[in-house]
Design a protein around this ligand. Structure first.
Ligand code: S3P
Length: 167
């Protein structure tokens, strides 16, 4: 039997997809799954190691398969990696699903993530990187989303409540 997630979370890294995702899953009484975790488990390497060893295009291909599999296997809350929506095939996979976009502005992003070497796309000059990243991705997030919740200056609990009301 094919499952389908109750809700798929998209949005930039650091926006709180895993924290809000777990709270949301608790409130809905369903399970939580994260495609980044699936990839690390399947590959036996960290995301940063995959980026360094194989490069971003190879990571996106791995990620596309992870998203496809999770969409058919999981029936709870599913969080996707922040850059998953860059791949047109991955975006197409989201059609027909309930997709919640957790958004934040650049200043909030810099405040929350700072200089974080574990996030390979942000290791150098985080403010400039964030501005470019948001400009490149905002429309893609909006394109796949069926609902949007702005997380700026809100606690994960507040975001979760707004998300529940929006679903
Ligand atoms: C990425 C986001 C990360 C992870 C990888 C690339 C991105 O996921 O997939 O480091 O391109 O935005 P999170 O959004 O879960 O941090």
């Amino acid at each position: 039997m094919t499952a389908a997630p109750t809700v798929v979370l998209v949005g930039p890294m650091g926006v709180g997809k895993s924290t809000v995702g777990r709270l949301l899953a608790d409130r809905l009484g369903v399970g939580y799954r994260d495609t980044d975790d699936d990839i690390v488990t399947a590959q036996g390497r960290t995301i940063a190691e995959i980026f360094v060893d194989d490069g971003e295009p190879a990571f996106r291909a791995i990620e596309k398969h992870a998203v496809s599999r999770a969409l058919t296997e999981h029936d709870g809350v599913l969080a996707l990696g922040g850059g998953s929506i860059l791949d047109p095939d991955t975006r197409a996979l989201l059609a027909g699903h309930r997709v919640l976009y957790l958004s934040m502005d650049v200043e909030e992003a810099v405040r929350r993530t700072g200089l974080n070497a574990a996030r390979p796309l942000l290791a150098v000059n985080p403010r400039k990187q964030w501005r470019e990243l948001m400009e490149a991705r905002r429309a893609l997030y909006e394109g796949v989303a069926t609902a949007v919740v702005a997380t700026d200056r809100r606690t994960p609990e507040e975001v979760t409540q707004i998300a529940l009301d929006a679903l």
